[in-house]
Write a protein that binds this ligand. Structure first.
Ligand code: CA
Length: 245
């Protein structure tokens, strides 16, 4: 069965182009021309991925992103005509998985769509699935106050399930499987996004910051450490050493 992409975009030229390239790449395409219609179609069609323009009539892209994220983990690729850093960071903070700045090459867009879907639909891709879960025996990672169930893509912090976006989960899974190993931003980009990423390190920083807010509920348990000017590593603390400090 083909995967379904929902395009929420009001520019006819772009809709036409995306339609053409995505259908050619084998995807089913559904189109909404404003934010309100986009939300309705998202609820009705259950797309595998959403391509979301920011400047939209009725409800803008940021609000659409926020509302989708309130109840769904559907991967979101944002399109922005603005090159302002604030917009990109704002979109990522609201839970978008990636963004492209207009004008973009349709081929680049299709490759991003493929990369996002490859890592978010784990079961359909044995290779990605294997690297994400390693051996069967070690597929559920337990840390004090944090459990990461790799095959089920479930995370619990202090006993409560935490809703992570696909990107946040992939980052956490990667870091937590190799405690204390330092990952540079480039390594994280390549491993999580799965292609030669052209963006800057801010994308990673924003996702890490969102991830921290969700999993580091107990301020004494800080799992993700920033390695200054390099990247990040996952540090395992025992509950007793954490609470005695
Ligand atoms: Ca627009």
């Amino acid at each position: 069965m083909s995967q379904k992409v929902l395009i929420i975009e009001d520019e006819e030229g772009i809709i036409h182009l995306l339609n053409l390239y995505l259908k050619d790449a084998g995807y089913d395409v559904v189109v909404a021309r404003d934010g309100a219609d986009g939300l309705a179609l998202h609820a009705r069609e259950h797309p595998d991925l959403v391509i979301l323009d920011i400047m939209l009539p009725a409800v803008d892209g940021f609000e659409v992103c926020r509302r989708i994220r309130a109840w769904s983990k559907t991967p979101i690729l944002m399109l922005t005509a603005r090159i302002g850093e604030e917009d990109r960071i704002n979109g990522l903070e609201l839970g978008a998985d990636d963004y492209l700045i207009k004008p973009f090459s349709p081929r680049e867009l299709v490759s991003r769509v493929r990369a996002i879907l490859r890592r978010t639909s784990g079961q359909e891709n044995a290779e990605v699935h294997k690297t994400a879960t390693q051996k069967e025996g070690s597929s559920i990672l337990h840390f004090p106050g944090l459990t990461v169930d790799l095959p089920a893509r479930r995370v619990e912090a202090n006993g409560n399930e935490v809703a992570l976006t696909p990107t946040e989960f992939d980052l956490l899974a990667l870091l937590a499987q190799s405690p204390d190993r330092v990952f540079t931003r480039e390594m994280l980009m390549n491993k999580v996004w799965g292609y030669d990423y052209l963006g800057d390190g801010h994308t990673i920083d924003v996702h890490i910051s969102a991830l921290r807010k969700k999993i580091e509920i107990d301020p004494k348990l800080r799992y993700i450490k920033t390695v200054w000017r390099v990247g990040y590593r996952f540090e395992v603390k025992t509950r007793s050493s954490a609470s005695s400090s």
